[in-house]
Ligand binder design. Structure first.
Ligand code: RTP
Length: 150
């Protein structure tokens, strides 16, 4: 079985609105495995690095200040095609364009308050996991449920 990991973050609005449990539940129920989780307020420099590809966008300063406005629930999820499927579970970046049943459709109406982040490719997932987590914060465990999923 080929498996991969992705970085999923519940942004400050998602944390403040009490959506952490629901978002975790959606990934768990789909069959994905949570291998790292922590609450962090990483600061401006870290967030600027995370979003460095967007530094020339007009919304960049607002994005960094939004992300810096409270704790973030940072997670690493593992499983088959979890990068691509993780993005599907989150929904389109702009909640108004997202499909019903996705997190962003169910909980958001503004692109600047879109509740969650998910890595957009396997390579960026690897970079983001390295930026947000130390190696020893990522657990290597076998889920007893796995044989029922795969
Ligand atoms: P994310 O990194 O947060 O998962 O979002 P994404 O890949 O789906 O979208 P990206 O283009 O990387 O944008 C990052 C975040 O910037 C905010 N944004 N605001 N005001 C705007 O037009 C605008 N466009 C993007 C969103 O919070 C988006 O998630």
């Amino acid at each position: 079985m080929t498996s991969e990991q992705t970085f999923i973050a519940i942004k400050p609005d998602g944390v403040q609105r009490g959506l952490v449990g629901d978002i975790i539940s959606r990934f768990e129920k789909r069959g994905y495995k949570l291998v790292a989780i922590k609450m962090v307020t990483p600061g401006k420099a870290h967030l600027e690095k995370h979003y460095e590809d967007l530094k020339d966008k007009p919304f960049f300063p607002g994005l960094v200040s939004y992300m810096n406005s409270g704790p973030i629930a940072a997670m690493v999820w593992e499983g088959r095609e979890v990068v691509k499927v993780g993005r599907l579970i989150l929904g389109a970046t702009n909640p108004l364009a997202s499909a019903p049943g996705t997190i962003r459709f169910d909980y958001a109406i503004d692109v600047g308050r879109n509740v969650c982040h998910g890595s957009d490719a396997v390579d960026s997932a690897k970079k983001e996991i390295k930026l947000w987590f130390k190696d020893d914060e990522i657990t290597n465990w076998t889920s007893a449920q796995q044989s029922w999923v795969y």
